[in-house]
Design a protein around this ligand. Structure first.
Ligand SMILES: Cc1cc2nc3c(=O)[nH]c(=O)nc-3n(C[C@H](O)[C@H](O)[C@H](O)COP(=O)(O)OP(=O)(O)OC[C@H]3O[C@@H](n4cnc5c(N)ncnc54)[C@H](O)[C@@H]3O)c2cc1C
Length: 310
């Protein structure tokens, strides 16, 4: 119920204009978002790098409404790649196709993303195409298979979500292509016709897909904070004789920092997804939906703040 409500709220942009003014919401957002500017994001990456942890920078903002906005987002990504290089930081970027204009004009989206991938590739970096709601899954994978991967090879990778019923097949397609995959559970509200409604099925599918990617995939990104799944990945890799350098664990900025550091100390590659920018509202709502304790924390603070004011 709570999760459904929060995911619904994440898609109501008008509510953002109210919430954006709240100091409390901004403080909570700052736990999950590195800051509103490229400088703040690169500073966060430098700190992670100091602990041996890599990063993927994500400019917040999805479903842009105009070509100018999409080009603006492209330019910010180009600048981000430039600043990562200048700072000597170990980071790549993650991009959403709707932010590049997919919902407005597919050609515009392709042009924008081509520019970003070319810039990344020319400097030995990498672009991950994030996966969005299921209405975009097929188009995202078609563009990846038909355009971006043939043109840029493994300078670009994609994301698959274990809550989708189709994902086991997509995993096999990506293995056949030799493409780099980040595997996550999936963060959006989806109908039961396309996604497993029961979390146990999502988790079981994650493990199946993860084992296939570890066995046959190309440097898979195991993106989860689920300690049982992480333990399974470690044990599976050990039993299969797979060196820790052949895959990486990925987690979100501000989530399970203790675990991120522990895995790094154990010798695993760890990459943290670092979001930045002013459009943090839908992202924050999705993070709250993942862990009801975060909402309790938020409500507790609101009550305390209002008691203090009275
Ligand atoms: C690097 C990375 C990239 C991602 N990219 C995408 C993408 O492109 N598309 C997409 O749909 N989704 C993406 N996601 C989000 C993902 O789909 C999940 O929604 C999210 O990771 C939570 O699932 P989980 O695997 O951690 O498992 P869960 O079963 O949800 O959580 C396992 C445990 O992790 C902890 N935890 C999880 N989330 C939080 C939180 N927000 N705050 C505090 N603790 C938490 C809790 O202790 C929980 O018990 C990404 C996630 C990561 C880590």
């Amino acid at each position: 119920m709570l999760r459904t409500g929060l995911l619904w709220l994440s898609e109501q942009p008008r509510i953002f204009s109210i919430i954006r003014g709240s100091g409390l919401a901004r403080r909570l957002a700052s736990r999950f978002v590195a800051g509103e500017t490229v400088e703040a994001a690169v500073a966060a990456v430098t700190q992670l790098n100091a602990a041996g942890i890599r990063a993927s920078l994500d400019l917040l903002g999805e479903s842009v409404a105009s070509a100018a906005e999409a080009r603006g987002a492209r330019d910010t990504y180009l600048e981000t790649l430039h600043r990562i290089r200048r700072a000597g930081a170990d980071a790549n970027v993650s991009v959403k196709l709707t932010q590049m204009g997919l919902a407005i004009d597919e050609r515009l989206c392709v042009e924008n993303l081509r520019a970003i991938i070319a810039e990344a590739r020319d400097h030995g970096s990498f672009v991950r195409i994030d996966m969005e709601q299921s209405e975009y899954t097929e188009r995202t994978l078609q563009l990846f298979r038909g355009t971006f991967h043939p043109e840029f090879g493994n300078a670009v990778g994609v994301v698959l979500q274990s809550y989708l019923r189709r994902t086991e097949r997509d995993v096999e397609d990506m293995i056949a292509l030799g493409a780099r995959v980040r595997l996550c559970k999936g963060a959006y509200q989806e109908p039961p016709t396309v996604a497993f409604p029961d979390k146990r099925d999502v988790d079981a599918n994650y493990v199946r897909c993860m084992e296939r990617l570890l066995e046959r995939g190309t440097y898979p990104g195991i993106a989860t904070h689920d300690t049982a799944i992480i333990a399974h990945a470690k044990e599976f890799a050990r039993r299969s004789g797979l060196a820790p350098q052949r895959f990486e664990f990925q987690m979100l900025y501000g989530v399970r920092r203790d675990l991120q550091r522990r895995l790094r100390r154990e010798g695993y590659n760890v990459r943290v997804y670092v979001p930045f920018g002013s459009h943090w509202y839908p992202y924050l709502m999705r993070r709250l939906a993942e862990r009801p304790a975060n909402v309790v924390f938020l409500l507790g603070n609101i009550v305390r703040e209002s008691l203090r004011r009275n």
